[in-house]
Structure formats: C-alpha cells, structure tokens
Design a protein around this ligand. Structure first.
Ligand code: ATP
Length: 446
C-alpha cells in the first residue's frame, strides 16, 4: 500500500480546482454562467470514469459465471414507475423558507422547522417527487408523459424473464447494468457527489427466498472489498446499517458503504435486500409471469433480490479525494494523485528530455510501442521537472524518458515511478515488459 504524506484532510475546493485545471471535471454550461451542480467530464475525467466502469464490469461480469450484463432504455413505459412504487413514493420531504425562499430536504438539516440560513420558520414538509417528467412525441399531452429513470434497476426487473429465457441462468444469478439515472434532487452539491444527472452501476442478484440474508451479507463485504481493491484507504470507509424507519419503500434491509469526505461521511454505495417486491409488483401490474421455475423443487416462485447500487460519479469523487497527496521534495511542494494504476487515467507518459530534434522522433517511436498496450500520453512542452510534476498531479504511475544516451549509445530509456520517484534504465526492447511489471507491482490486475 502506498504511503501518503499529507497530514490534514484535503479541502474539497482544492479537488474542484485541480479537477478543472487539469481536465477532469468542468462546470457544465460554464460559458453561459453554469447550470448549478451539473458537471462535464474532461479528457482525464472521462478516462477515470471509463476505468471505474471497466473495473466494476470486470469484477461483476467477466470474473464470474453467475452474472450477466444488460443495457436497458432510460425511457420506459410509465406503468413501470407506477408498479415499482416510484410514481407514488419516490419523494423527499421538501421544506421552504418563506423569507429567503431557499429550499431544503427536511431530513438533511438539523432542525427541520428553522431555516439554517436566516432562522425563519420553515413551511410544513411536503413530499416532492424526484422523477423528471418529459413527453414522447410531438404532443405535450398527459397520455404522452413519461419519466426519465431514477434508477437503472427497474430496467433489469422488467427484463427478468427475457434474460432468463435467453440465458437459462439458474438461481442464484445476477444481472448487471451501468447507465445514466436522473433525480430532480431538492438540494445538490459537494461537487459531483450529488447531482441531478449521474451514472449508476447496479446489479440485481436473484436468490432463493430464505437465502437472501446470507447473500446480503456476502455482497456487503464484497462491495466494501471492491473499493479497497481500487486503492481506497479502508480506514476512510465504514458500513452504515439503515434503521427500519429510513428504509426505502422496497427494502427489507439496507447497508451503505460510506466514505469520509472532507465534508463528512457520505454514502458511496447502497446494498439493499429488495425481497420479491419488484418482481411481484411488475407481475401484478403487467399480468405477465415473472416467476422462476425451480426444477429441483418443481415450484414457481419470485426470487428475492439483493442489490448493490453505486454511483460512478461518487466513486470518481472518492478516488480523487482519497488519492490526493502533497509532500515536500527538494524544498518544493509536490502534488500527487496516488491513483491505483487500474483507475489512473493515463498509465504511462513518454517524455523526451527536451524538444531536441534528435530526441523527438525517438520519443515518438517509443510512444508508438507503449501506446499499443497502455493508455499513454506524449509530452514535450516545458522542462522535464515540470512535466514530471504535471504527470504526478494527474496520477500517471509511470513516466518514460528518452535522452541523448538513448539515441547515441544504449537504446535504453528511463522509467520513473510516481510514488517512489525511483528511476531505472531499461532497454527499449524490454520496455513493455518492464512497464507491465512495475504496474503490477503497484497493484494493477490488468
Ligand atoms: P441519498 O440518500 O444520498 O439521496 P440514495 O440512498 O437515494 O442516496 P440510492 O438510491 O441507494 O441512493 O442510489 C445508489 C447509488 O447511486 C448511491 O449510493 C450513489 O452512489 C448514487 N447516487 C444516488 N443519487 C445520486 C446523486 N444525486 N448524484 C450522484 N450519485 C447518486
């Protein structure tokens, strides 16, 4: 595990500004003044998100025999959301200040009767439905009204029988999905932690009723370990068991994996025991059987469902905060994102010592070798020291430097390690192997 040096927790504003400066995350619609709590992912941010999704998909689908994937539509028939209970129950308590007109989620403020801003008495809470409404087709009439999905899970439940028929899966088995979800949150904020448009990675694991509690425990542990496997410090993670009164309308039990952000502990992932709530509700509403036929018992029944649900954007926030480090090197501050190599946006940067006309073509040649195997970049602007710092600040695990000896004598290059700052000289012919070895030594599994 990588040793970190920064003693005080990083401020959220430091992460937000680094994210913008280096091209991870930009405020959306910025040239028009922004659209509040909406963010766009830049060249490095998009790589970070792809790596998170790839790691999740690998652990859920590719490395297991009992989970298959799905990619269902964002807009489904409105009946889906009526049957699932979202049309009626997917709401948060909204309170409003009559004097400053600010709105709050009653369950997110200390005293839901007083405005946290000016102390005025807040309105009585009213339930505010979080689903975004829109219309399909050219006529904005009630019959054409649909919702944008607030979770990807329902797309899985309504395809339960399709997947079962197509794959002949046997219980216990799961269906995994990654995609955008939309929630008209009353209050957003804390950077990309809570937004109205976000990406979710959800897996519905169908089990025999009675085996649900065992699987629930299994997934709580597996999901905690997954975050640790991405390099997140375990002491910054904790499990929080939901009390009965805070359980969602569909859940029998729920546990959150929380991370200690600079603004406090926040949910990163929720694991819920959804029982047979969804399958039975869709069967009742659609009239189509969504039961499983258990050949051993010669019985039809609704499986129970254990769901781990996590947000890509929240994981991105966790990884940036958790990886952030500062140390002093040679009297200067060095900022490093100590990303696990599997999530680092760029794995290898190729840097000629200078823009010399002998070095550049050789460095391009070396980059051509490196990029075949590793997401990589090439940079020849500014001094080599500054370029190392730039790569440190975006979390690139390895830099490869091409110098005069490379072209004049040894056809070898230097690999510099982000964490140890150690440099080793390796022949160009062995470069790919040596890069792979170093990334593995830093924890890479790919
Ligand atoms: P909260 O209580 O924070 O509103 P929730 O319990 O409603 O969240 P879930 O329905 O369990 O959230 O959603 C599963 C996961 O999806 C969350 O753990 C989180 O990672 C992500 N997620 C949910 N809402 C948002 C949002 N508004 N912005 C970003 N990610 C979100």
């Amino acid at each position: 595990m990588t040793q970190r040096h920064l003693e005080t927790p990083v401020e959220m504003s430091t992460i937000v500004s680094l994210a913008k400066r280096r091209g991870f995350v930009f405020p959306a619609s910025e040239i028009y003044g922004g659209i509040g709590s909406t963010w766009d992912y830049g060249p490095l941010g998009v790589e970070l998100k792809r790596n998170i999704k790839e790691a999740w998909w690998r652990s859920m689908v590719y490395e297991r025999d009992d989970i298959v994937g799905l990619d269902s539509a964002i807009i489904q028939a409105p009946q889906v959301w009526v049957a699932s209970g979202h049309a009626e129950g997917f709401a948060d308590p909204l309170v409003e200040c009559p004097s400053c007109h600010k709105r709050y989620r009653a369950d997110q403020i200390d005293d839901p009767s007083k405005c946290p801003d000016d102390g005025a008495e807040l309105s009585e809470p009213r339930m505010f439905n979080l689903m975004f409404k829109t219309h399909v087709g050219p006529v904005e009439e009630d019959a054409a009204q649909v919702w944008l999905r607030p979770e990807t899970a329902q797309g899985i439940f309504i395809n339960f029988d399709n997947v079962l028929t197509a794959t002949r899966m046997k219980l216990p088995f799961g269906i995994a999905q990654i995609g955008k979800s939309f929630r008209n949150e009353i209050t957003t904020g804390n950077f990309i932690f809570r937004t109205r448009e976000f990406e979710q990675m959800e897996m519905e694991f169908f089990v025999k009723p009675g085996e649900d509690e065992k699987w629930f425990e299994y997934w709580v542990k597996a999901r905690f370990d997954w975050l640790v496997g991405l390099g997140v410090r375990p002491e910054k993670l904790r499990l929080r068991v939901h009390e009965q009164k805070e359980l969602a309308h569909y859940a029998k039990a729920a546990t959150d994996v929380e991370y200690e952000f600079p603004f406090g502990w926040g949910e990163v992932e929720g694991i819920a025991n959804r029982t047979d709530f969804d399958l039975s509700a869709h069967e009742a509403a659609s009239g189509k059987s969504l039961k499983y036929f258990d050949q051993e018992l010669n019985e039809h029944y609704w499986p129970y469902v254990v769901e781990p649900a996590i947000g890509v954007d929240r994981v991105a926030a966790v990884l940036m905060v958790d990886a952030y480090d500062e140390e002093e090197v040679g009297g200067e501050k060095r900022v490093v994102l100590r990303f696990h190599p599997d999530v680092a946006p760029i794995k290898v940067a190729v840097l000629p010592l200078s823009r010399n006309e002998k070095l550049v073509p050789k460095a391009r040649e070396v980059h051509a070798i490196v990029r075949k195997e590793f997401p990589s970049s090439y940079d020849d602007a500014q001094s080599i020291g500054r370029r190392y710092r730039r790569q440190d600040e975006t979390g690139t695990p390895l830099c490869v430097t091409v110098d005069f000896e490379t072209v004049e004598s040894d056809d070898a290059v230097t690999i510099r390690n982000r964490d140890t700052m150690e440099q080793v000289r390796v022949p160009v012919a062995e470069l790919a192997d040596r890069l792979r070895e170093q990334l593995r030594a830093m924890g890479s599994r790919v």
